[in-house]
Write a protein that binds this ligand. Structure first.
Ligand code: NDP
Length: 249
């Protein structure tokens, strides 16, 4: 029986692309998020996806969601910490509430879901943890100090855990995409054009030109990297932050 996978934020965008790719290989995939209707619609379209409502900012919700998934489909041996929110605000406009909401979702969320899933992998002596970070985890993104700090934090978490579990057949890696064609980019276009007073095409161009190959990345390109990291072929790849950005970050 292929390993049970749990993907946070698996109902849309990059998480859904990874879920579909792993389900196509026969894995049962628990997809989690806050919106039941989004998860149910994704599961209705693709066999092998199983919805589980779970808010990554709430420790009790994460514990309960992971426990329910485990009870239904067995130990979780592949975990993708993907749930995230993205919004650029200058430090002056970064209120403590805004800072906390970015950290709570992107960084606390990854910590909580990894902490909840890891015991299954430790019991089995093998597993895969894949975090969806960002190029903003490797270099500071102009105008986005909170988002950049949260993504740098995710990579620090992954690198530290990889050191802690050396030789255990559990690997920890981060994917660092540039701008990917998902709802996050659509929302970014709206907020950049509102803040900078430019039209949507100009706002999109800012993101497209930030990718070194001058185009948006497709979520399936990120999913292909996740599929490889989840495979036996990548068992010696550990503690890495893999750039998917059309060129060097
Ligand atoms: P989406 O907005 O499609 O995906 C984000 C997912 O996270 C949603 O499914 C959402 O579900 C879930 N989520 C958000 N907050 C919470 C929460 N509190 N609890 C549980 N789930 C939550 O965008 P993407 O697919 O683009 O984003 C996925 C990841 O990729 C993010 O971590 C993002 O930072 C990262 N990334 C994206 C890039 C891009 O250009 N698109 C580039 C680099 C990295 P729900 O709202 O139902 O809870």
């Amino acid at each position: 029986m292929p390993d049970h996978v749990l993907i946070t934020g698996g109902g849309s965008g990059i998480g859904l692309a990874i879920a579909r790719a792993l389900a196509a290989q026969g894995h049962p995939v628990t997809i989690t998020g806050r919106r039941a209707e989004v998860l149910e619609a994704a599961a209705a379209e693709t066999p092998g996806l199983f919805p589980q409502v779970m808010d990554v900012t709430e420790p009790e919700s994460v514990e309960a969601g992971v426990a329910a998934a485990r009870a239904a489909r067995g130990p979780i041996l592949i975990h993708v910490a993907n749930a995230g929110i993205a919004e650029g605000r200058s430090l002056r406009k970064t209120t403590p509430e805004f800072w906390r909401s970015i950290m709570a979702t992107n960084l606390d969320g990854a910590y909580l879901s990894i902490r909840a899933c890891l015991p299954d992998m430790q019991a089995e002596g093998r597993g895969r943890v894949i975090a969806v970070a960002s190029i903003a985890g490797l270099r500071g993104l102009k105008g986005a100090p909170a988002y950049s700090a949260s993504k740098h934090g995710m990579i620090g978490l992954i690198r530290s855990l990889s050191e802690d579990h050396l030789g255990s057949a559990i690997t920890f890696n981060a994917l660092c995409p540039g701008y990917v064609d998902t709802d996050i980019v659509t929302r970014n276009v709206e907020s950049i054009s509102a803040r900078a007073g430019i039209d949507a095409d100009a706002a999109m161009e800012i993101m497209v030109s930030a990718n070194r190959h001058g185009r948006l990345i497709h979520a399936d390109e990120v999913a292909a990297a996740a599929l490889w990291l989840a495979s036996d072929a990548a068992s010696s790849v550990n503690g890495q932050a893999i750039e998917i950005a059309g060129g060097q970050v």
